[in-house]
Design a protein around this ligand. Structure first.
Ligand code: NAD
Length: 263
């Protein structure tokens, strides 16, 4: 059995029903947190059905944990604020926010409609801003500290030819956490980001021949494989826990050594 280092804590995970978000929801619950598992039914997130969220909730409840599913498109301000408020309605407080939801449709820069740029920013960066602000307002009022952990990316550090809309949101998220670390640190609320490298999730599985590609990519990664969602979820638990009490404004790259393997 995992440690109960998050017992009595309440967490909200955006995009929590699949991929990294699902693994984070399950890992937080395994360590004792009650979790609001956000899912979204909009066209660009439509793999994320209520069924998937219910499945995560059932799994958590089946092991004695507490969780509830909540639909919200975090690009929609009232919906995003309502998502955070659900934690208060359901469990009475909020202690941990994991800004995980994100989209990355592959689009050629020269052909990209501005609507695609706007939507990626609205979900990835604006959505995280709104959720962080709403969560922080509760945390400051509660006066018991808190944790905001944001899923940025290795794409905050490197460019991507089909990701000219996405990469700036990921460096923006890191920058947002740095600024929030300053604003919220005096309240005992830490704000950090993780930077996954190549992780085997639906986001990448939309790429044709991904199984083959991931094997080739794995050869360029010193640890010899692409990452799994759980490889990101465990460091998220660390940053959400008291073990990381003096970590604030940090960016933790979690890529198996891919970034340093340049030569
Ligand atoms: P995924 O596609 O499986 O998960 C993305 C999640 O975000 C889904 O649950 C989706 O429904 C949710 N989402 C999308 N739009 C939403 C919206 N408007 N409102 C609420 N939820 C919404 O992919 P993933 O790899 O698990 O992605 C999770 C995070 O990890 C993303 O922020 C992504 O940018 C980041 N990331 C992924 C990789 C990777 O290689 N997979 C690498 C670096 C960073």
């Amino acid at each position: 059995m995992a440690s109960q280092k998050l017992s009595d804590k309440v967490a909200v995970v955006t995009g929590g029903s699949r991929g990294i978000g699902r693994a984070a929801s399950e890992a937080l619950a395994r360590h004792g947190a009650s979790v609001v598992v956000n899912y979204c039914g909009t066209a660009d997130a439509d793999l994320d059905k209520a069924d998937a969220a219910d499945d995560v909730v059932r799994g958590i409840e089946g092991t004695g944990g507490k969780a509830v599913a909540h639909e919200a498109d975090i690009a929609d301000e009232p919906a995003a604020r309502g998502l955070i408020d659900r934690a208060i309605d359901e469990y009475g407080h909020i202690d941990i926010l994991v800004n995980n939801a994100g989209i990355c449709p592959s689009i050629d820069f020269l052909e990209m409609p501005i609507e695609s740029f706007d939507r990626v920013h609205a979900v990835n960066l604006r959505g995280a801003f709104i959720c962080s602000q709403q969560a922080a307002q509760h945390m400051v009022r509660q006066d018991n500290g808190g944790r905001i952990v944001t899923v940025s990316s290795i794409s905050a550090l490197v460019g991507g030819s089909y990701q000219t809309h996405y990469c700036p949101t990921k460096s923006g998220l890191h920058s947002l956490m740095q600024s929030l670390a300053i604003v919220l640190g005096p309240h005992g609320i830490t704000c950090n980001s993780v930077g996954p490298g190549e992780i085997d999730t639906d986001m990448n599985r939309t790429i044709p021949n991904y199984d083959e590609i991931s094997v080739q990519l794995g050869k360029r990664i010193p640890l010899g494989r692409v990452g799994q969602p759980e490889d990101i979820a465990d460091p998220i638990v660390f940053l959400a826990s008291d073990d990381a009490r003096y970590v604030n404004g940090a960016f933790l790259l979690i890529d198996g050594g891919m970034f340093v393997n340049l030569q």
